[in-house]
Design a protein around this ligand. Structure first.
Ligand code: AMP
Ligand code: MG
Length: 331
């Protein structure tokens, strides 16, 4: 594993050429996107894509997002490009939005876990964009972490989770958005929100009108619709509970009393006696940007339990609520 620093303001062409050649040879390159770090491989090479699954320990039924440099290249990988896809792409690409559309025959089954549809995204991060152009390939990239673990928002998180399983890590500093992209399926006439992100359903509705949210029981059926919705995902090693501020203080104090090592994530400053505490801002974008670094830091501190102060219920917080719910899932 090699980690190479890349300045997002002016990505070094020699470094990008090296990363592009690793991808063309079928290797794995971890790179920053605006959401989280991705573990990239040539999406058109089934053997390279298989290496992503092996490196992550990712279940073979969980499809990947294919990243491309622009909307035109995205359309070329789709066998159908609905009007809603065009509108959403025009409004939000490059950006933290993934569109699921029927796949073109050129997209191998390996990248879609055998599905007839493909998830496409045009990332806004300058390093991701420059890498896509240098490689001149679509890059399949899930988050650059072992399966079910917390996603990486820094290159150090990638190195910690994947270590020698990746050929090259491009370090472009901490990611801006901090949680994974919003995923929308355009396979039916009304777009369906498969995974919430920082781009909220209100943003989507403003562009395409009606957007449905799947009402499925948690578990197998949900996983079939969008495997990233599996219940346990984005999880720290410690047991995580989401509670209100008062319950947080009580539970943390009780656990500290019992001799446990306790972590807390709360809105307001004011250390919780005996606990490792992290404070995140009360705005959804700032919170999302800091969430994974907070979870990594608490895991690194070796805490037994993490208490997280519940976040607001409105649509703008849906992405954060979703990640917290999955991080808390014990199964
Ligand atoms: P990750 O890159 O780890 O954030 O995972 C990508 C996620 O995108 C998957 O786990 C799914 O939730 C979603 N996804 C990718 N491809 C498809 C697809 N063909 N149909 C539905 N969801 C998809
Ligand atoms: Mg992931």
């Amino acid at each position: 594993m090699t980690v190479v620093r890349v300045d997002p303001a002016s990505p070094d062409a020699a470094v990008l050429a090296r990363a592009a050649s690793v991808l063309r040879r079928g290797g794995l390159v971890a790179f920053p996107t605006e959401t989280v770090y991705g573990l990239g491989a040539n999406a058109l090479d089934p053997a390279a894509v298989a290496r992503i699954f092996a490196a992550k320990g990712r279940p073979s039924y969980n499809p990947l997002i294919v990243h491309v440099a622009d909307g035109e290249r995205a359309r070329a990988l789709a066998s159908d490009w609905p009007e809603a896809a065009e509108r959403l792409a025009a409004a939000f690409w490059p950006g933290p939005l993934t569109l699921v559309v029927p796949k073109h025959a050129s997209v191998p089954d390996a990248a879609t876990a055998g599905r007839p549809n493909v998830a496409l995204r045009v990332p806004a991060h300058p390093v991701a964009h420059a890498l896509l152009l240098a490689a001149d390939l679509p890059i399949a990239a899930p988050s650059a972490n072992r399966s079910t673990e917390i996603s990486p928002s820094t290159a150090a998180h990638v190195a910690k989770s994947l270590g020698g399983r990746v050929d090259l890590i491009l370090d472009g500093g901490p990611t801006r958005v901090g949680i994974e992209s919003t995923v929308v399926s355009l396979l039916e006439s009304i777009p369906m929100l498969l995974r919430p992100g920082t781009l909220s359903i209100d943003h989507l509705r403003a562009v395409v009108g009606d957007v449905r949210v799947p009402h499925v029981e948690p578990g197998a059926d949900e996983a079939r619709l969008s495997p990233g919705m599996m219940d346990r995902h984005y999880a720290p090693r410690a047991r995580l509970s989401v509670v209100d501020a008062k319950a947080l203080r009580e539970a943390a104090a009780r656990d500290v009393e019992r001799g446990l090592r306790v972590g807390a994530i709360a809105f307001d400053a004011g250390a919780i006696e005996g606990a490792e505490s992290v404070h995140l801002p009360r705005d959804p974008a700032g919170y999302a940007a800091g969430l994974y670094a907070a979870l990594h830091a608490l895991d690194d501190a070796g805490v037994d339990a993490i208490y997280v102060e519940a976040v607001p219920e409105d649509a703008a917080w849906a992405g954060v609520r979703d990640r917290l719910r999955r991080a808390a899932h014990a199964g």
